[in-house]
Design a protein around this ligand. Structure first.
Ligand code: ATP
Ligand code: MG
Length: 565
């Protein structure tokens, strides 16, 4: 296509509010424009990238037997009420009323609609399994839409759903998706990890996330440097290095005047902070609860929430009122309060608050001096030990590009999506759901592939394959050569962006680097004088001079050489 006729509004300056590299580059290279917070227009180049990604997704989904369909974005509230999510989900859901005053919502995801469809259309075990997918708009009123297209309020998602007769079937559909997702992200040129994750609002029995490492990500993955085992920090377990325990053989109350924080107490008693117990009071739906952690650890909100439901930290005066002591001297002994203790503390002897102003207890042995429910409630930290091997954990920022869920019968039961088995007995359909964000793939690809000049598109998802740059449109001879090459490259089936604009060469070269199309073919003075064009690989900036007549086969060869890589 000819640049002179296209809408490719490149910019010299970064947009003021942008922080993420992908945000800056997508705006500067004219791929997108922001309409309002979390709402983006995809301009022609951006749309081409999305279409490339969609094509890869479709190929891989079709390969595992997926069938494409399309479902409405506007949903009647009843379906969401029947599964309970109408009430469960808060402000993230866009809700509205139709002219008949009926409650409606804009789909954040489509489990309810799929289960409704399955309830209508699936009768017998003979019709299972099924995989249904769509590439369709989702709406989520995100609290903090930011980082360009990484987190928007309206976005396209490829969402697929598996329907199976039993758990074994689900396991197979899940594995098929896991493999397909690996191929999709690999083909899109992403570096990614597959990690264990928290199913969150989807519910169900297990899930994995596909994470592209990038500082622009909003998630963190804990990953073992030795065995590669990885989990979202929301889920990740670890074995923190234990301290050397002293031989405190009896329980002793020691004065710690003015020492309240872990730091103050360990300094005052001249002990390793890892020998202290941190006692935190939180308020759950059932009332006050004490959470015990090793002194140097932080409470992990999501882990606690999974255990006890929604909660909040107690205020200072609540602690005083309930325990009769200031928070700084709060401890686990002699209080009639439910306790959760981090499993790291199953071993050892510690110093804890004495529930008496100005005092701590030395020689506290969990399990002996008090009993509590053990659970993993600490945040994983870099340097902790891996739970699967002897390795050490690193924590890395990542972008979630895909997420797969084993839903089980969470949706089929309330929506009565059932089938009859060989004996005519009724069972709920066992479901899985699987999401990918094409815009996040595009942005993650930029985050992982760029330099100071601009994007370096992976060949598979670049908006064009070849950037044909005509140095001087006013030079008749040069122009003639350019036109000839343009036609020849197109005839060879290559996707060509032909920069035929009447612009200074410097501007054109800068724009070419910014856009990041894998190969640039320059038709300049040398083409006239010596009959040679310059082919430049954007990634390495390697140049090679090629006789005009050999341009097409040379470019074709470059593609076949690197295809799949
Ligand atoms: P996040 O935790 O980042 O909010 P999520 O876990 O809520 O995402 P899912 O429900 O798992 O998202 O959606 C599946 C996929 O859709 C995600 O892996 C991501 O690629 C994409 N996606 C989700 N939310 C957004 C968004 N607000 N903007 C762009 N893409 C999104
Ligand atoms: Mg997710």
């Amino acid at each position: 296509m000819r640049w002179s006729t296209l809408l490719i509004p490149t910019l010299k300056e970064d947009p003021a509010e942008a922080e993420a590299v992908s945000h800056k580059l997508m705006v500067r290279s004219g791929l997108v424009r922001q309409l309002a917070a979390g709402l983006y227009c995809y301009l022609p180049l951006g749309q081409r990238v999305l279409e490339k990604i969609h094509a890869i997704i479709r190929e891989e989904m079709n390969r595992i037997g997926g069938q494409e369909l399309i479902l409405p974005v506007l949903h009647p509230a009843e379906l969401w009420q029947q599964t309970g999510r109408w009430a469960e989900i808060g402000e993230e859901m866009f809700r509205l009323k139709d002219r008949g005053k009926r409650d409606m919502c804009l789909g954040m995801t489509h489990e309810e609609i799929i289960a409704w469809l399955a309830a209508k259309e699936i009768r017998s075990y003979r019709e299972l399994p099924q995989i249904w997918y769509q590439i369709q708009v989702k709406f989520r009123d995100e609290a903090r839409p930011k980082s360009g297209v990484l987190r928007t309020r309206e976005f396209l998602m490829k969402d697929s759903y598996s329907l199976d007769a039993d758990e074994e079937g689900l396991q197979q559909s899940y594995e098929l998706h896991k493999e397909a997702y690996g191929r999709i992200f690999g083909r899109c040129g992403l570096n990614f990890y597959v990690v264990e994750s928290d199913p969150g609002m989807m519910g169900g029995a297990g899930s994995h996330e596909f994470m592209a490492p990038s500082p622009a990500g909003e998630d963190e993955v804990a990953r073992c440097k030795s065995c590669g085992h990885a989990a979202n920090v929301e889920m990740a377990a670890s074995r923190p290095t234990p301290p050397t325990f002293p031989s405190w053989s009896s329980l002793e109350e020691v004065p710690t005047p003015g020492a309240r924080s872990i730091e103050e107490v360990s300094r005052f008693l001249q002990i390793d902070p890892r020998l202290t117990l941190k006692t935190l009071m939180v308020i759950t739906g059932e009332g006050p609860l004490l959470c015990l952690l090793r002194g140097d650890h932080q409470l992990h909100e999501r882990k606690v929430q999974r255990l006890v439901g929604p909660y909040r930290p107690a205020h200072r005066d609540e602690v005083k009122e309930v325990a009769g002591v200031e928070a700084g001297f709060l401890g686990p002994l002699n209080l009639e309060l439910p306790l959760v203790i981090d499993e790291v503390l199953a071993e050892g002897v510690y110093v804890a608050g004495a529930n008496r102003e100005g005092y701590h207890l030395r020689g506290v042995v969990p399990g002996k001096h008090f009993s509590a429910r053990y659970a993993d409630i600490h945040q994983v930290r870099p340097g902790d030990g891996c739970v699967k091997c002897d390795g050490v954990i690193a924590v890395e920022r990542v972008i979630e590009v895909g997420n797969i869920f084993k839903l089980g019968t969470r949706y089929s039961t309330p929506l009565k999506a059932v089938y009859l088995d060989e004996k005519g007995q009724e069972h709920p359909i066992v479901m899985g759901s699987y999401g990918i964000g094409p815009a996040r793939i595009a942005a993650a690809a930029i985050e992982q592939n760029h330099d100071g000049e601009g994007t370096i598109w992976p060949e598979s998802i670049a908006p064009f394959q070849v950037h044909l740059l005509l140095v001087n449109v006013k030079d008749q001879k040069m122009r003639g050569l350019g036109e000839e090459l343009y036609r020849a490259l197109m005839a060879a089936g290559l996707e060509v962006l032909y920069d035929d604009r009447d612009e200074r060469p410097g501007v054109k070269f800068k724009d070419a680097d910014l856009l990041g199309i894998p190969y640039r073919v320059t038709v300049g003075n040398r083409a006239i004088r010596e009959g040679q064009v310059e082919i430049r690989r954007r990634r390495t900036k390697e140049d090679s001079l090629v006789p005009v007549a050999e341009t097409v086969p040379r470019v074709q060869a470059l593609f076949s050489r690197t295809r799949g890589g």
